[in-house]
Design a protein. Structure first.
Length: 344
C-alpha cells in the first residue's frame, strides 16, 4: 500500500525536547540536515512555518525574504521534496503577545496582517498554494478582555485580506480549543469552516484537522474529518495522538488509542483523501526521553502505523459490518473491530 499516500511533517517535529519545565535534552539538528532525513524516513513533503523557511524574517525586507525562500526552494529541489504548506508563526513576536488578528492593539493587528502577507510570499517562492493558519493566541486568558463578536469579525477580515493579496492561495484553518490560551475563538472544525463562509471566497478556505486538537475539544477526530469531507473542506490533516485532556501531547499516531486512529484512517481512505494531492501530514513529537540517534522514530512509526491501518481498513469484512449494523448487533460489531485490530 505504501506509495499510494504521500506523507509530510514539519522541521519542528524533529526537536530538542525542551518543555515548560526543563531544558533541551538533544542536540539541535540543522535544517539542511533535517531535509536529508525526509526521504529516508519515507516522507515527500515538508510543512513550514514562515520562519522555518526564513529565520529572523521580521528583520528582513520583503525582497530579502523572497530571496531567502527561493534558496530554500532550491534545497528542496536538491532533495526531491515538495513544500506542503506555509503557516505564519504569529505567536512569538512581542507584537503578538495578546494575539495577532484579534489583538486589541491596532499596531499589533497591522503587524499580524503584514506578516501574513510575507508568509504568502514565502509560500509562492516555495511553490505551494496552501497556507495553514493555527490561530495560537487568537483567544483569551480572561474572557472580559476581548470582544468575541469583534474577534470573529477581525479574523474574517484577516483571512479576507490574505485571499485578496493572492488569488492563487488556499487557506486551511487549524482549529484548537486551548493552549496557549485558556480559550480560543476557533476551537473546532465547525467554527473554522463557518469562518470561511464569512470571507470573500469560501471555496478557498478549508481546514487542517489535527487529531489531538479535536480530542482536546472533547470530539472524535474521525467524525471531525467526516464533517469536513462532507463539505469538501479537508485541505490537509495533522495526524497524531493524545492521551486524555491535558497539554497538547502530539504523540505518535495511534499510540494512545489505536482504534481511534483506525477510524481516522478508515474515513480518509473511504473518501479518497490524498487522491487530489493532499498529503498525510503528521504533527508528532518524540518523547523527551528519546536519545539523539533515535529521535526520528516517532515519524517513521506514525507512518508505519498509518499504512498498516490502511491495510486493516481495506481488509475489514465490510459485508459483515453491514449485516451486524442492519441487525443492530453492535456488541458483535464491537468485537469484530477489536478482533480485527488484534489480528484475530
Ligand atoms: C500547535 C500546532 C502547530 C500548527 C502549525 O498546536 O499544531 O504546530 O500545526 O502552526
Ligand atoms: Mn498541528
Amino acid at each position: 500500500m505504501a506509495g499510494e499516500y504521500r506523507f509530510s511533517f514539519g522541521p519542528w517535529n524533529i526537536h530538542e525536547g525542551s518543555d515548560p519545565f526543563g531544558p533541551t535534552v538533544r542536540r539541535k539538528i540543522a535544517f539542511a540536515k533535517k531535509l536529508k532525513l525526509y526521504k529516508k524516513l519515507g516522507f515527500d513533503g515538508v510543512q513550514f512555518h514562515d520562519d522555518d523557511a526564513v529565520p529572523g524574517m521580521d528583520k528582513l525586507t520583503a525582497r530579502q525574504i523572497v530571496k531567502e525562500a527561493k534558496d530554500v526552494r532550491k534545497m528542496l529541489d536538491g532533495e526531491g521534496l515538495a513544500a506542503e504548506f506555509v503557516a505564519p508563526r504569529l505567536w512569538e513576536n512581542p507584537q503578538t503577545i495578546d494575539g495577532g488578528y484579534t489583538s486589541n492593539d491596532p499596531a499589533c493587528r497591522k503587524y499580524a496582517r503584514e506578516r501574513s502577507r510575507r508568509c504568502i510570499d514565502i509560500a509562492v517562492a516555495l511553490k505551494t498554494d496552501l497556507i495553514v493558519l493555527w490561530l495560537a493566541r487568537e483567544g483569551t486568558y480572561i474572557r472580559e478582555a476581548k470582544d468575541s463578536k469583534l474577534a470573529v469579525d477581525r479574523l474574517a477580515e484577516a483571512v479576507d485580506d490574505m485571499l485578496a493579496y493572492h488569488s492563487g492561495i488556499k487557506i486551511a484553518i487549524e482549529p484548537k480549543p486551548n493552549e496557549p490560551m485558556d480559550h480560543t475563538y476557533i476551537p473546532t472544525t465547525g467554527h473554522a469552516m463557518a469562518l470561511g463562509y464569512l470571507t470573500r471566497d469560501p471555496k478557498r478556505v478549508g481546514v487542517n484537522i489535527e487529531s489531538a486538537h479535536a480530542i482536546l475539544a472533547g470530539l472524535d477526530p474521525s467524525d471531525e474529518m467526516g464533517f469536513a469531507l462532507a463539505y469538501d473542506k479537508l485541505f490537509t490533516v495533522h495526524l497524531n495522538d493524545q492521551n486524555g485532556l491535558k497539554f497538547d501531547q502530539d504523540k505518535s499516531f495511534g499510540s494512545a488509542n489505536l482504534r481511534r486512529a483506525f477510524d481516522q484512517v478508515r474515513i480518509l481512505d473511504k473518501y479518497d483523501y490524498g487522491q487530489r494531492g493532499e498529503f498525510v501530514g503528521l504533527d508528532v513529537k518524540a518523547m523527551r526521553t528519546q536519545k539523539q540517534a533515535t529521535a526520528t522514530k516517532h515519524l517513521s512509526n506514525s507512518r508505519t502505523v498509518f499504512l498498516k491501518l490502511v491495510e486493516l481498513s481495506r481488509s475489514l469484512d465490510e459485508s459483515r459490518v453491514e449485516a451486524l449494523t442492519a441487525d443492530r448487533d453492535y456488541e458483535e460489531l464491537d468485537l469484530l473491530i477489536m478482533n480485527h485490530l488484534m489480528g484475530a
